[in-house]
Ligand binder design. Structure first.
Ligand SMILES: [Zn+2]
Ligand SMILES: [Zn+2]
Length: 491
C-alpha cells in the first residue's frame, strides 16, 4: 500500500476534472479524495503501487477534452499525515481557497454534441432551454468572479439549483456532476425580450421585459425575434461575452441599415450559419478550417469566398452584397451557445440561412455586456429594434475571436473568446522583474502580465482583445480587463 499526494496543474478547473478523477479512482480502486484549490487540483490517493502508477498515467493520458494538464507532482505522504478514514472509498471534498491563485481557467466552451441532442429532444427536460450545458461545455471565464471555480464564485450564484439539477450535480456518474453552470427552466437563467416599437404583442417598449421562464414563453421570444429579423429588423442579442447586433445577412436593406446605424461604413461583417455545409456553400473550407469552425472554441474564421457559379452550390445562401463588399474573404462562425442554435434553427423556418452577428457596440466603443446599458446604448439610441437579453450577468467582456489559417497554422487576428486568457509560455525573466505589465498598441489593444513560476519559467497572461483605445469607455474596459487578470491570477 502506498499513500501519496498528487497535485495537478494546468487548465484543470471548469473542465470536468474532478468527476474525471473520481471515475478513474473508481476504475483503479483508489481510495482518498480530490479537491479544487486556487493552485490546481489536489488528490490524496491510497492504493497499491501498481494501481497508483496506472491512475497517475491515466490522469494525463485520458484527461477531459477541454483540460490541459501541464504538470502532475506526486509526493509520498509522511506516516500519520492522513486520516485513516480516507483509506475507505473515494470522495470529492469542498473546494479550498488558498492564497496562491496559480491555476488556469478554461475559456468558454461551445455547446457539446450531447447537450445539443438534449436541446432538440422533445422528451428531454431541457428541450429548448437556452442555457443548457454540462461539464464538457458552457460558459466559464465570462461568468467567473474569483478562483477556485465553483458555482458560488460565478454569476450563477443567484440561481439556486432545483432538486432535479442538484441531484445531477451531486451524482459522480452524471455528465453534469459538478458542472457549475448547471441549470434548467425551473431554476436557471431565462431569456428576456424588449422591443422599441409600441403596441407589440410580447413585452412592452421599455422597462418591463417579457421573460422566457417557461418553455412556451422562451420559444415565443425566439419566434418573435426571428420574425423581426425576417422582416428586416435589427436585434441586440446577449451572447457569452457581450451583445451581438443581428440581422438577416441576405437582406441588403437590413445590412445597409445596420451599417448606417452602427456608423460602420465599410468594415466587413461576420456571419453565423447553422452548419458546416452552409459555410461551405459560401466559402472554400479546408480540413483545418473545418476543425476550427465546428470545434469547441468556434471563432470567426476568415475563409475564401466562392466565386459566382463556382461549383454546384445552392443559391439559397446568397448574401447581401454589402456584408463584405468586394473582399475575397468572409468571416464565418457556427453557433456556440444553445440560444444561437435555437435562433438559427428558428431562422431556417423563416427561410434565413445566415445571420449577421457583429459586436453590439457603437463603432470603436467596447461591446455591451449589461442588459440595461445595452437597452440604453443600443435600443433607446436607435441602433437595434429590440433586445434579446437574459438574467445571467456577464462578468468579463469578450468579443468573438477572429482567426485565419495560414499554411495549416492558426493565425489569430483577434484573440478573445475561447482563447484568452490562456497563457503563453515565456523563458525565465531571470528574476529581473517578478511581474511585467505590457500595454498597447493603440489599435486592437490587449494587456499582458507575466508571472514567475516555481519551475524557473515565466507565464505570460495575454488579455482578450479590448479594442482601439481612443475613448473613455474603452479605457474603462481596459482597466476592468487588467484588474480581472490581476485578481484571478494573483499578479
Ligand atoms: Zn455539454
Ligand atoms: Zn433545475
Amino acid at each position: 500500500m502506498r499513500h501519496v499526494h498528487i497535485h495537478v496543474t494546468g487548465i484543470v478547473q471548469g473542465v470536468g476534472m474532478r468527476p474525471f478523477v473520481y471515475r478513474e479512482a473508481m476504475a483503479y480502486s483508489i481510495c482518498g479524495w480530490v479537491l479544487n484549490a486556487g493552485d490546481g487540483v489536489h488528490v490524496e490517493a491510497h492504493a497499491s503501487g501498481a494501481a497508483l502508477d496506472s491512475f497517475v498515467a491515466a490522469l494525463s493520458e485520458h484527461a477531459p477534452a477541454a483540460a490541459r494538464v501541464e504538470r502532475i507532482d506526486v509526493a509520498d505522504l509522511e506516516p500519520g499525515a492522513w486520516d485513516t478514514a480516507d483509506e475507505q472509498g473515494f470522495r470529492i471534498v469542498a473546494s479550498q481557497d488558498q492564497t496562491a491563485h496559480t491555476t488556469l481557467i478554461s475559456p468558454d466552451i461551445a455547446t457539446c454534441d450531447d447537450c445539443l441532442r438534449e436541446l432538440f429532444d422533445p422528451d428531454d427536460r431541457r428541450f429548448h432551454y437556452p442555457f443548457i450545458n454540462c461539464t464538457n461545455c458552457g460558459p466559464r471565464f465570462t461568468i467567473i468572479r474569483s478562483l477556485p471555480y465553483d458555482r458560488a464564485a460565478t454569476s450563477m450564484d443567484c440561481f439556486p439549483m432545483c432538486p432535479a439539477c442538484a441531484t445531477e450535480y451531486a451524482n459522480p456518474l452524471d455528465r453534469r456532476f459538478h458542472a457549475q453552470p448547471d441549470a434548467c427552466f425551473d431554476c436557471g437563467p431565462h431569456i428576456t425580450w424588449r422591443e422599441a416599437a409600441r403596441g407589440v404583442e410580447l413585452g412592452n417598449s421599455g422597462a418591463t421585459p417579457a421573460v422566457g421562464d417557461t418553455r412556451e414563453a422562451s420559444d415565443a421570444i425566439i419566434e418573435r425575434c426571428v420574425e423581426l429579423l425576417a422582416a428586416g429588423g435589427i436585434v441586440a442579442i446577449k451572447g457569452l461575452g457581450g451583445f451581438h447586433l443581428a440581422c438577416n445577412a441576405a437582406n441588403e436593406q437590413a445590412v445597409t441599415e445596420l451599417r448606417r446605424r452602427k456608423r460602420r461604413s465599410n468594415k466587413p461583417l461576420a456571419v453565423m450559419v447553422r452548419s458546416l455545409a452552409d459555410a461551405e456553400c459560401l466559402c472554400h473550407v479546408d480540413d483545418a478550417e473545418r476543425d476550427l469552425l465546428a470545434g469547441s472554441i468556434r471563432p470567426i474564421v476568415l475563409l475564401r469566398r466562392r466565386g459566382a457559379g463556382e461549383g454546384d452550390f445552392s443559391d439559397a445562401l446568397e448574401l447581401a452584397p454589402s456584408v463584405a463588399r468586394d473582399l475575397p474573404e468572409l468571416g464565418v462562425m457556427l453557433p456556440y451557445t444553445p440560444l444561437q442554435h435555437l435562433l438559427l434553427a428558428a431562422a431556417e423556418t423563416h427561410g434565413m440561412h445566415a445571420l449577421i452577428m457583429t459586436s453590439g457596440n457603437l463603432s470603436e466603443e467596447p461591446i455591451e455586456t449589461d442588459d440595461d446599458l445595452a437597452w440604453k446604448h443600443l435600443v433607446a439610441a436607435g441602433i437595434a429594434d429590440a433586445l434579446l437579453g437574459n438574467d445571467r450577468a456577464i462578468l468579463s467582456r469578450y468579443d468573438d475571436s477572429v482567426v485565419r489559417v495560414v499554411d495549416g497554422a492558426v493565425m489569430p487576428v483577434r484573440r478573445a473568446r475561447g482563447y484568452a486568457p490562456q497563457p503563453l509560455p515565456l523563458p525565465a525573466l531571470a528574476g529581473a522583474a517578478p511581474c511585467v505589465l505590457a500595454c498597447g498598441p493603440q489599435q486592437k489593444a490587449t494587456i499582458a502580465l507575466t508571472r514567475e513560476d516555481t519551475n524557473a519559467a515565466s507565464t505570460c497572461f495575454v488579455s482578450q482583445h479590448i479594442g482601439d483605445v481612443e475613448n473613455g469607455a474603452t479605457f474603462d474596459a481596459w482597466n476592468a480587463a487588467r484588474t480581472r487578470l490581476e485578481d484571478l491570477f494573483d499578479l
